[in-house]
Design a binder for this molecule. Structure first.
Ligand code: NAI
Length: 538
């Protein structure tokens, strides 16, 4: 069996009529239970809810063969790019290094797939049984990823790793000969999109200003990378500088056809990242945006839908925002009302340097700001619906929002001496019972790139898995691919991209719950429930 070779050991075996094993696929029957609600308000202003349980019968098909997978990073020579390559190489070659605390061995800490577990069920004594997420379905191992990509800086990755100042000297020393073999491909550089202070490193750029020629070159790069490395699948991920927002202009980036035409005409408002996204979509490889840029202008999303290609974004959710989504959820779900959230950051790496101009900072601010919106909207006992006059007032962060909102500010300052350590200071001031106040003051310091690298790995491995899962509603003949915008990757992303018109879900526990539910559904298993554990209703 030629496919068996690329099939990892499957440690879980499901004994159920709902799961059929064939040589090349897992075929799962799954009943999705949901609750349909119809809300109305009677003449006394009393809310009424008509509720109906709904069942949907689905079939999931997961290919068992794990493809040989390439990961192409845009921004390969940056702090995240070099740290990702170094992490994969150190793990693959089992390189240990000396630190002042002793010998450190490589690992994938911080990766949901490689370093976290999920509750599979209970054993015959009623005790919980946990399994690594990576064991639930056949998934690519990060040690097997073939990594490559582009950077506007030509520095080979040994030098780029040194420039990044993230990893310990003894690790850098051992990795240098391996890293030196990685040389970024020339990239697209349109100076107005990133901070002018990045110009000095832009010595590896595609010639000319013909955007269509740039698109074709990136498409060729993807194809050649695939051929040269004998790959079955490629994922492209943007971890390059944060760009300013592209202006949304009717006739330019509003539809797929207009966007393609705007690229033909080298329109000023088409950003480098949108060209990378369009190239990936046209090559049929998933494209993930790890920065807050509005790469996915409406025309790019429409193109992905039309081409049945996968996209996901925006902006890695590594530190402060992850904590914020958890805290906001805890407070609001506890009936406590956050009134003020103030977030100050300072950092000293090249990302901070790029964010020191207003247009690039603004992209980051927008992406960081929306994370509490859905929690606020979920609790009408705490946050009142505003009358139109109040909603339109300038007072408050979210102008035009129809619900009351906490005051919320985000500040980012570039202080070179902080290096790759990001220091985030947050003040959450909430209203508690009877007019009381509660202030939580959080000080969060971390090596930014060491938090982002495992997110890149998770995004890549999970996106790859999602290309191998198809589904159909019972009665339908054809299996379909998942919807183009991979919302299931929201856990790793600050401002999750959604189907146009759908609001994102920022709750970290719901994001993780959805991923677990998806992995289980592919095995024909219902989501885990704790009802029995808490009630002992054996
Ligand atoms: P970095 O500045 O060290 O790396 C970015 C790299 O992109 C640089 O090597 C630069 O030369 C290159 N670059 C710029 N424009 C390019 C283009 N058009 N094509 C190809 N390469 C280009 O930044 P770092 O720390 O690696 O972060 C990367 C991105 O990830 C930033 O946009 C940042 O905002 C985002 N991010 C990082 C997080 C983290 O924790 N490290 C968290 C959330 C987002």
């Amino acid at each position: 069996d030629p496919t068996a070779a690329r099939r990892p050991v499957e440690s879980i075996e499901v004994e159920s009529d709902n799961l059929t094993y064939s040589d090349d696929a897992l075929l799962a029957q799954y009943t999705f239970h949901s609750t349909a609600v119809n809300k109305s308000v009677d003449e006394n202003g009393q809310a009424k809810y008509k509720v109906k349980p709904v069942e949907k019968h689905l079939e999931f098909r997961t290919e068992r063969k794990v493809p040989k997978t390439g990961l192409m990073l845009v921004g390969l020579g940056g702090n995240n790019g070099t740290t990702l390559v170094a992490t994969v190489l150190a793990n693959r070659h089992n390189i240990s290094w000396g630190t002042r605390d002793g010998i450190q061995t490589p690992n994938y800490l911080g990766s949901l797939v490689r370093a976290s577990t999920m509750r599979l069920g209970v054993d015959d004594k009623g005790d919980d049984v946990y399994v690594p997420l990576s064991d639930v379905l056949p998934m690519v191992h990060p040690n097997d990823l073939v990594v490559g990509g582009w950077d506007i800086s030509a520095l080979p990755l040994d030098g780029a790793m040194r420039r990044a100042k993230v990893l310990e000297y003894d690790l850098q020393r051992q990795l240098a000969p391996l890293m030196a073999e990685y040389k970024p491909l020339p990239s697209i550089y349109y100076p107005t999109f990133i901070n002018a202070n990045q110009g000095e490193r832009a010595d590896n750029v595609l010639p000319g200003q013909d955007k269509h020629a740039h698109l074709e070159q990136v498409r060729r790069d993807i194809r050649e990378f695939k051929q040269q490395n004998d790959l079955d699948q490629v994922i492209v991920l943007w971890t390059a500088n944060t760009e300013r927002y592209s202006r949304l202009i009717d006739g330019v980036n509003d539809t797929a056809d207009n966007l393609l035409r705007a690229i033909e005409q080298s329109h000023d408002e088409v950003s480098p990242s949108t060209i990378f996204a369009v190239a990936s979509i046209l090559e049929g490889v998933p494209y993930i945006n790890g920065a807050p840029n509005n790469t996915f202008v409406p025309g790019a999303i429409e193109l992905a839908e039309r081409e049945n290609a996968f996209i996901a974004g925006d902006d890695f959710k590594s530190g402060q925002t992850k904590v914020k989504s958890v805290l906001a959820e805890y407070l609001v779900n506890a009936g406590i009302k956050p009134r003020l959230i103030a977030s100050y950051n300072h950092l000293g790496n090249n990302d901070g340097k790029n964010l020191s101009a207003p247009a690039q900072f603004r992209s980051k601010e927008i992406s960081k700001a929306s994370v509490v919106d859905d929690m606020v909207a979920s609790n009408s006992l705490l946050y009142k619906t505003l009358a139109k006059k109040e909603a339109d007032s300038e007072d408050g962060f979210v102008k035009g929002s129809s619900v009351e909102h906490p005051d919320h500010c985000i500040v980012i300052k570039y202080l070179p001496a902080a290096g790759d350590d990001k220091k985030a200071l947050d003040d959450y001031t909430s209203e508690i019972g009877m007019g009381g106040r509660n202030t939580l003051s959080i000080y969060n310091t971390c090596q930014d790139s060491l938090l982002a690298t495992p997110l890149i790995i998770d995004l890549c491995l999970l996106a790859e898995l999602m290309t191998r899962v198809t589904y159909r509603e019972s009665g339908n003949q054809e299996f379909e691919r998942l919807y183009s915008v991979l919302g299931l990757l929201s856990y790793m992303l600050k401002a999750p991209l959604t189907k146009p018109g759908k609001a994102p879900i920022n709750s970290l526990s719901r994001q993780r719950g959805a991923l677990e539910a998806f992995l289980r559904a592919c095995l024909g298993l219902q989501p885990g429930s704790d009802l029995i554990n808490f009630t002992q209703m054996e």
